[in-house]
Design a binder for this molecule. Structure first.
Ligand code: AHR
Length: 332
């Protein structure tokens, strides 16, 4: 894999040497443990993390993983929840720059619109690490990106559904946040997987914004409409929307998992419970436990070590036949 050693290394080494213990004012919540700093200088490292929000159980597990890893390593974490708004993420990053944090990390809510603020971080000599979703910016604007391959996840869901339905299905798609990398890529991957099967037809596609309540609302409306009657499969871009849709399907007097076969993405505990109850059929894993690799990357960036431009998380696929056996192993 391609390795990169950039100006970040030099900037980070200078930061470590000075280790000014910066960031006295806070733009969000701060969490820090009493352990040693990564730099070994006795001064705490300060990391600013701009999180998307708390839209799903996946996101909550992701936040928990990041906060607990910072605590474990004795790193001061300035954590800001953007409540799903890009402008709040941009403002948080600007605040981190003004506070002269040692490293900025963020999970971009959408793909576009980050170039200018990342150029500001670069000009300030602050390394940026991207978590979960990749932004559409030149690669020199961030040190490394850690996250799943969303196209592959969509393909796995499409391949599974094609097999389950013997190549013939009338499919409703619940998409994620418009403009987000997982919504774009999971749509693409799924479409590629079913492209060779003309009888696998996506007849409806609408956003549920990765939220359980919105997944339910969209499915409710669909089932009340004339096109809803023919749907026999649902592909949801995350488990929370699928779980909301399950409620709507039951309220409409249909059997989720039987009348409508359901495949979604994330692999959260609630999806396994739904499969065990016979209401859902398959989930493709998307690992949210990014805290450990993220802080490994931060430590490397601070030491000026080379690292790959991208680290892909390994994801599995679990259907109803393995749900019960797998349930005790689920960590989120
Ligand atoms: O970016 C990862 C996606 O964001 C998860 O699949 C979804 O649940 C979350 O909100």
């Amino acid at each position: 894999m391609k390795k990169h050693f950039t100006w970040w290394g030099a900037a980070a080494l200078a930061t470590m040497a000075l280790m000014a213990g910066c960031g006295s004012s806070d733009s969000g919540t701060s969490a820090s443990g009493g352990g040693t700093s990564e730099g070994g200088s006795g001064k705490k490292i300060v990391v600013g993390f701009s999180q998307i929000g708390a839209e799903s159980n996946w996101r909550k597990a992701n936040t928990e993983s990041i906060k607990s890893e910072a605590e474990k390593r004795g790193i001061e974490l300035k954590f800001v929840d953007a409540q799903g708004k890009q402008e709040k993420q941009i403002q948080a990053i600007k605040n981190f720059i003004a506070q002269k944090v040692d490293v900025i990390a963020f999970a971009p809510v959408v793909e576009t619109g980050w170039k200018s603020v990342l150029e500001e971080a670069k000009a300030a000599g602050i390394p940026v690490i991207v978590s979960d979703r990749r932004p559409d910016v030149p690669e020199d604007l961030y040190v490394t990106f850690i996250g799943s391959d969303f196209i592959e996840e969509g393909k796995m869901a499409g391949d599974w559904l094609k097999k389950k339905m013997n190549g013939k299905a009338v499919i409703a798609e619940l998409t994620g946040t418009p403009g987000s990398a997982p919504a774009n890529d999971r749509k693409k991957g799924f479409a590629e997987a079913i492209a060779d099967s003309p009888d696998m037809k996506v007849v409806f596609s609408q956003t549920g914004d990765f939220q359980r309540t919105k997944g339910k609302e969209v499915m409710e409306a669909l089932l009340k409409s004339p096109e809803g009657a023919s749907i026999n499969a649902l592909y949801a871009h995350n488990d929370d929307m699928a779980l909301g849709a399950i409620q709507a399907i039951e309220e409409a007097g249909k059997k989720p998992g039987k009348d409508i076969v359901i495949v979604s993405i994330d692999g959260i505990g609630d999806a396994f419970d739904a499969m065990i109850a016979g209401k859902m059929n398959c989930t493709v894993e998307c690992n949210p436990l990014l805290g450990p690799p993220l802080f490994d990357a931060i430590a490397k960036a601070l030491k000026g070590e080379e690292q790959p431009k991208r680290t892909v998380m390994k994801d599995g696929i679990f259907d109803e036949s393995v749900a019960k056996a797998e349930r005790p192993n689920r960590k989120y």
